[in-house]
Design a protein around this ligand. Structure first.
Ligand code: UD1
Length: 419
């Protein structure tokens, strides 16, 4: 993407459906037999399309109805589906691990090539496997493929997650939906995507009770029914546009936001002196007269500051007046963007898990590489704020999570072009 920077963004942009909410709720269709699952607000993204291909390859018929108002996907599930996941497709993204729980619970066995994904650090699935084993699964990993089987049905259990992993919580919730009896999972992830998954599971007839302090109680059923639900707005995409508005000194309104989902980011923006107004489902950014104050951030599981907004926040703070620090506590290698931002004149030093960001007055355009999805977003933002021309290479990462980013930015007055 070629960006001619230095133009404050201006206008209104609508948030897409959440990638990370859509991935697990699509996998819910694998629990069905001879039924349909209808999902609204499914974003049109590379990762979502990979998930749809994976599901189709397993034998599910997919109908997509997209127009300006909605993006609906209907999954028509036959009486029998395949339980062997395609290696080429599974390796394209980490989200393919979400097929494990529902396939095992509904087919009684599954083979899943270990998934790929962004290069942001080791991403094991040991917690997913441990929980499934506790529910009675027999699991072996051979030549990079997970083979799991059960005798009859999975058994409801009390499971304690050693870490509130988002993916493990989702996999185990889906598996527990067809298990015999009640499953209680403790120390679960409490990201908004989990609430969305609970709503979809309820829509297919499963009783799911999310408990305040990090627990969920699920009554397994023998058969789930047809259902329908809407995918929640993408809090990370919303934050990316909000931060791009702040960074360029623009005046933009981001629509279809659930403000409570982005409290941690709004709190840091407020602390930094950014000028914005929050309404029921919009966030409006106003131009700032002064540079932002520096802030101290640590990424944490929800409701803490999201690791997925860490690179974008770092780009924003690269122009603050003073020294900010961001500690990354969720992934190990999430600072690859720093050297690319430094090519544009930023001053970011990495000391183990901490980025020390010395704010500079201006960034300059440069040729940079998107090393992963959110790094790509941060570089585009920096390009929009920088003087001169920036070329962001390896945009393929960005298309995994941002729908029509070029069109949305153009509608906000940015000068961008896909090469
Ligand atoms: C999801 C999101 C991702 C986000 C992350 C954290 C999707 C498709 N992706 O990823 O965008 O950055 O949550 O908010 O929803 N871990 C283990 N063992 C496991 C599972 C995880 O050690 O079995 C570790 C991981 O290595 C990582 C941490 O737990 O350090 C968080 O991972 P997790 O919450 O599982 O993230 P994902 O579900 O992969």
């Amino acid at each position: 993407m070629k960006i001619n920077g230095g133009i404050p963004l201006k206008g209104t942009v609508k948030t897409q459906g959440a990638k990370n909410a859509a991935l697990p709720v699509i996998a819910v269709c694998l629990l069905l037999r001879n039924g349909t699952l209808t999902l609204d607000n499914v974003p049109d993204l590379y990762d979502i399309n990979t998930m749809l291909e994976l599901i189709k390859d397993l034998g599910v018929e997919i109908e997509i109805n997209r127009d300006e108002k909605n993006s609906q996907v209907i999954f028509k599930v036959p009486g029998e589906i395949k339980w062997e996941v395609s290696e080429t497709l599974a390796r394209k993204m980490r989200g393919s691990s979400l097929l494990l729980g529902p396939l095992l619970a509904s087919c009684g066995k599954v083979s899943l090539p270990l998934p790929g994904g962004c290069s942001i650090g080791a991403r094991p699935i040991d917690l997913h496997l441990k929980g499934l084993k506790q529910m009675g699964a027999d699991i072996e990993i051979q030549n990079g493929v997970v083979h799991a089987k059960i005798n009859g049905r999975l058994r409801g259990r009390r499971i304690y997650l050693d870490f509130p992993s988002v993916g493990a919580t989702e996999n185990l919730m889906m598996a527990a939906s067809l298990a015999q009896g009640e499953t209680i999972i403790e120390n679960i992830a409490r990201e908004p995507e989990i609430d969305n998954l609970a709503a979809v599971l309820r829509s297919v007839g499963v009783t799911v009770e999310l408990e305040g302090a990090g627990g969920v109680r699920i009554q397994g059923v023998e058969k789930v029914s047809s259902g329908c639900e809407r995918v929640i707005p993408d809090r990370i995409e919303a934050c990316t546009y909000i931060l791009a508005g702040v960074m360029t000194g623009g005046h933009i309104k981001v629509e279809d936001v659930v403000p409570s989902h982005i409290d941690a980011i709004l709190a840091k923006l407020e602390e930094s002196g950014a000028n914005f107004k929050v309404k029921k489902d919009t966030v409006e950014i106003f131009p700032n007269k002064k540079r932002l104050h520096p802030v101290t951030i640590k990424t944490l599981p929800y409701p803490g500051f999201p690791t997925d907004a860490q690179p974008q926040m770092a780009a924003t703070l690269a122009l603050a007046q003073g020294v900010s620090t961001i500690e990354e506590s969720v992934f190990q290698a999430r600072f690859l963007y720093a050297q690319e931002l430094n090519r544009m004149g930023a001053d970011i030093k990495i000391a183990r898990d901490v980025a020390i960001i010395r704010g500079v007055e201006k960034l300059q355009g440069a040729n940079v590489k998107a090393t992963d999805l959110r790094a790509g977003a941060a570089l585009i933002m920096a390009g929009l704020a920088a003087e001169g021309e920036t070329i962001v290479e390896d945009m393929v990462h960005v298309w995994r999570g941002y729908e029509a980013v070029d069109k949305k930015l153009k509608s906000l007055g940015a000068q961008v072009e896909l090469l």
